[in-house]
Design a binder for this molecule. Structure first.
Ligand code: SF4
Length: 173
């Protein structure tokens, strides 16, 4: 996690000097570590960055009446490895898209993963299905909390290696 934070600080430093060319978007600005919260969805989180494809920030859109069908905001997540984008990454990005969409009332149909080792930005389409899958996962977690159930340990022990919960996980350690 510390390595990830150091990588991200370096990325922010470099990224602040860059144009939006690597995203192939006419973005106006970007903000880092944006706290997103929706009462309606019952979800909150901090997304690594938000691209603002308009000269209005997410704080202003409520009163500005943007076209709800058009994308004006895109979530960005940084990855400190070159590993393939997995389902959990996609769900996480879909979750940020759902939050952005709910907060701004506009469509958020794509986002980006940026690989910190090579600086490459990959655009990901975030379908309605991905969003529904994210919300279904959230509901599954809520059900576990209500029923006092613990999730099963991952069948892939490789994932435990860098897990931040490893110290507390009685399932396999
Ligand atoms: S250490 Fe426990 S919580 Fe973490 S990935 Fe492994 S099984 Fe899951």
């Amino acid at each position: 996690m510390e390595e990830g934070r150091a990588d991200q600080a370096e990325r922010e430093r470099k990224e602040k000097r860059r144009t939006f060319a690597e995203y192939r978007l006419p973005a106006q600005s970007r903000r880092f570590n944006v706290y997103l919260r929706s009462e309606r969805l019952g979800v909150s989180g901090v997304v690594d960055a938000v691209l603002e494809l308009t000269n209005r920030s997410i704080d202003e859109v409520d009163s500005q009446g943007l076209d709800p069908e058009r994308p004006y905001f895109a979530p960005v997540e940084y990855k400190s490895t070159q590993e393939r984008v997995g389902r959990h990454h996609l769900l996480q990005l879909a979750g940020y898209a759902a939050l952005l969409s709910d907060i701004t009332g506009t469509s958020v149909p794509f986002g980006y993963f940026v690989s910190l080792p090579n600086g490459r930005a990959s655009r990901v389409e975030l379908s309605e299905k991905a969003r529904e899958e994210f919300l279904s996962c959230v509901q599954g977690i809520r059900n576990m909390v209500v029923e006092c159930r613990m999730p099963e340990p991952t069948p892939s022990r490789a994932k435990c290696r860098d897990c931040e919960f490893r110290r507390f996980c009685n399932d396999v350690w």
